[in-house]
Structures are given as structure tokens and as C-alpha cells.
Design a protein around this ligand. Sequence first.
Ligand code: F6P
Length: 347
Amino acid sequence: MNVGVLTGGGDCPGLNAVIRAITYKGINHYNYNIYGIYEGWKGLLNGGRVAPLTIEDVHEILGRGGTILKTSRTNPFNIKDGLKKVRKNIEKYRFDAVIAVGGEDTLGVAAKLSQAGVHIVGVPKTIDNDVSGTDQTFGFDTAVQIATDAIDRVRSTAEAHNRVVLVEVMGRHAGWIAVKSGIAGGAHMILVPEYPVDIDKVVTSIVKRHARGEEFSVIVVAEGVKLLNEKGRGVAMAQDNKKDAFGHVRLGGIAYALSLAIEERTGFECRNVILGHIQRGGTPTAYDRVLSTRYGIRAIELVHKKQYGKMTALRGNKIVATPLVDAMKNVKTVDKEFYKIAEVFFG
Ligand code: F6P
């Protein structure tokens, strides 16, 4: 069997651990040929790069951040004859199956290709943890730990200066990183994309808190937070109007906008910190290394059993297989019940 592996979308800690697990199990256990498809779906379009993967290529990559296969936000369905080109290249390389490691965009493409008859297995990655059908994506645990460490550090300087500090974390559609790192870091307020923000309410809560004698505040804000405008509509903060191949604008700056608004209305000195790609870089936590390894092993097992059109998923403490098409129906967002736990500590 010839199996191609690709990593697409934003990178995240644990990608190399998945590649390593697929390669070890594929070669040593099944005697397969494993191929790396470079730069996500771009590798299966004309001019893309594909090369065999050996045990030597992967044996020391478990704890390495990024992805040895590189990544891109390429959408074959946005390119003329993209599906045809992908099929042609799969035939050219004689792939019996492709394992796609990605988030909602990469796996969305995988689901469509699978419906078109391509033999695909998916592995859910993203620091945002917004893929449905699984309890957790790999990369998320590492991002939450990085954000929690940052909040802990910001807290002491905020306290020393009697400031309001806003920490902006990633999370386009879902506020999982914000809510988990915010709870872990004891944030005084956590703002997430799921619940549009009324700036007046934020100000009232901060003023109340400071009136009680608490002289500093730490607010965690997900980058995708929407501010309510005068018409009552939630509007996200984009850096510019440019969109990527999946139609997403580049987010960022909500913490800065909020810090200006809070300082103006309260007179409290405000600062903002954008954690950005620091959350996606570097070595995965032990939890993510193990989860990624389990996902990789399960993915190649699914290929072996010809269970195409499936995605590996964590349910409780088991790794299961779930239909890709089902997992792509919705984005997994922060539910009210979970957010209520965070709200207990607001203000
Ligand atoms: O991978 C998801 C994500 O981390 C989002 O939270 C964020 O909006 C986006 O990637 C940033 O992507 P890029 O690397 O293209 O700036």
C-alpha cells in the first residue's frame, strides 16, 4: 500500500508526533510505503512536492514544533479544476489512501474529496479546539498551557501597577483557549466569540470590582470576539479586508480596541498583550504528544481497515472513528454551561 500524509491549515504543536506515529506503524507494522505530501493540499496540485518518509526522517521529531511536511491554507475547491488535479496526482503517485491532518478547513476539503470517492482519513488538529465529533483536538492543550503561563505573568505586573491588562488569545469562532486559560489563570473576565460583548457591561463590571478595593484586573479576550454595535449586531475586529483561500479575514486587535475604550471610560490605566502565534509554536505538552501519537496510530489503522471517510476522535479516554462529513457539519463552540463556570469569577 502507498499512503500519503499531509498537514494543512495553521500549524500546531503535535503535528510531527502524528507524522511519526503514522510512519512507524505504517512501515514497521504494515510494511506500507509512507509518503509526505508537502504544504497541505498544495502538495497534491500541479507542481506540488511529494517524497517518501522513512523511520530515519521521523524518529527524532516527537517533541518538535511545526511540521516537517510544511503547511499551507490551500483550498483545491477554490482553484480551477482543483478536484481533477488532486485526483490526477493521487493516481500519479499511486496512493491507495491519503491521511489529512487539519482543522475545519483542511478536513472540510477532505470530507468533500471523500464524498467524491477519494480514499481519505482525517486527523483533527487545531489549537482552537473547534472541530466537532471529538472531545479534543491536539495542539489545544499546549496552547492553553502557554496562555495560562502568560496570564500568570501578566497578573503580577498588572497588580504591581494597578492596571487593567487585556490578554488576547487565538480563537476565531470558538473561545475554548480563552475560557480554559482564563479559568486556569484566574481571569477577572473572559470574553469569547460565542457571546457578543457589550462594552458598557464590561466597564460596569470592572468599575464595580475596583470600587470594592480590587485595584487591578486581568481580562482574557479571544481574537474572534464580537463587539455589539449600536444596532445590536456583533462585529469582529479584522486587521484588514484580505481573505484567505477559505474566506477568513485576519483577526487581531480586539484587546487593543477594548483597552482604549476601557481606559477612556474608566480612567484606569490599561495595557494589552496579544499572544498570537506564540500559542502555536514550540514543543507540544506531554498530553498533546500522547494524543497526537494515538491519533496517528488510529489513522493508519483506519487506512489498513479501509475505513475511509472517517476522522479519528477522542471520546472520553478512547480514540474512535467518526464520519468526516458529520464532524464538518458544525463548529464546536463554548457552551453556556461551561462559560457559566468562568462567569462565577467575573467582576
Ligand atoms: O489555526 C487556527 C488559528 O490559530 C486561528 O485561531 C487564527 O485566527 C489563525 O489560525 C491565524 O492564522 P495565520 O497563521 O494564518 O495567521
